[in-house]
Ligand binder design. Sequence first.
Ligand code: SF4
Length: 489
Amino acid sequence: MQIDKPRSNCGVFGIYNSTNAAVNVYYGLHALQHRGQEAAGIVSIEKKEDGKPHIYQTKGLGLVSEVFANPKIFDQLKGTAAIGHNRYSTTGAANAAKNIQPFIVNYRMGHLAISHNGNLTNARIIREKLVNEGAIFQTSSDTEVILHLIARSRLENQVDQIRDALKQVEGAYSINLLTDTKLVGARDPYGIRPLCIGKLNGSYIITSETCALDILSAEYIREVKPGEIVVIDDEVCKTGKIKSYKILDADREKKHCVFEYIYFSRPDSKIFGSNVDKMRRKLGKVLATHHPVKDKDGEKVIVMSVPDSSNTAAIGYENQLTKMGIPSKLEIGLIRSHYIGRTFILPGQAKREVGVRIKFNTVKGVLEDRTVVIIDDSIVRGTTSKQLVKLIREAGPKEIHLRISSPPILFPCHYGMDFPSKNELIANKFENIDKIREHLDVDSLAYLTHDQMLEAMVDHTPDSFCTACFSGNYPVPIDEEFLKEFYDE
Ligand code: SF4
């Protein structure tokens, strides 16, 4: 069986020692909705009076509010510990239901449920080996490999089994595991995707982004470190000392996904030790420094974002223009309808084209006869940008300039971000930036260069990032067969 093209980016949320475990996961998943909008699931564990743990689950396709629309669901999701997952995947609908996480198995140590954000790069090889040894897989997801490896470990202690399994997998993973007696969080040794720990009264939370802590007014404790396994159990709740284990004996160089700062994480989150808002503003500032726009008649340039993801970069851009003495004004030139999903993550080209007009409308009064600079965080296929420029032209601006707060995306991501195949990326379709400019019908187009992007990553050393989708320099080796599948599609 072929593994799904694992182009999903997901959100995970787990809580331990909470009287409202499943409800709290529900709120956490709401805050993480931007990380996956196709499906959601919650698994909870309850210890009954007979001492036996019971496991409950609700999963479904759709937004969190749709999957958990009936409040009675929470009467069934009993227990004081729960994990949840938001999923986005481009896999076919026929396969979608069985691939909704958290996945559950029951093995000799009891129940085990998993939520995973990221993508394992050697899952196909491990899976083939396990299948040859008699393993039966229930899903086509790479995540299930982790469950099999844990269940097949010959070690006796459950944390040792988890460590044993994680030593064998490569790629990106920020995971939550729920067992009968503990909540476990783990992050790959490169720290590609974010994962943090929080506390809510006597409960502990492990989740993708801090915005999921804020929604519950939970306290941020710290990140799960790259290559770390953290364990929360009854003892931790009593002592307040989080149990921590290393996956590998030796640390690896950090390779955080730079795209989390550029686009994916929420600006109100803190990830990789820095506020996303700060990094995104800085990207805008660097963009203005290297690629400013002036009005030819000396009037104020109108700086506008493509809401919401480039709002913060637009603020940084306009601030910097002002500092440089260039007359400018930040304006809301596009109004976004909040009642449909991101066009970037709507599957299917036709839907995406229609999506732009459904999603945005222009504020003609601020654009007419003005020099307009649109700030966007990235261009993937270019379909949205082209449609947006067309919309903005209809408002009658003098000139339209497009500034992108990242470099051209030239390569697909194999660590859990949804990019299309190489040939669909606009930067590969055209031989240079000027040809893209012509295609998008803007007066000028500029991206950040790779070095300029890293210049904006204050607080971090430039080599602590994965930049593979811009540079082709993949920090974790990619399985060749997997690559072939990806490029052949
Ligand atoms: S390839 Fe790009 S999107 Fe994927 S992890 Fe690296 S920087 Fe992030």
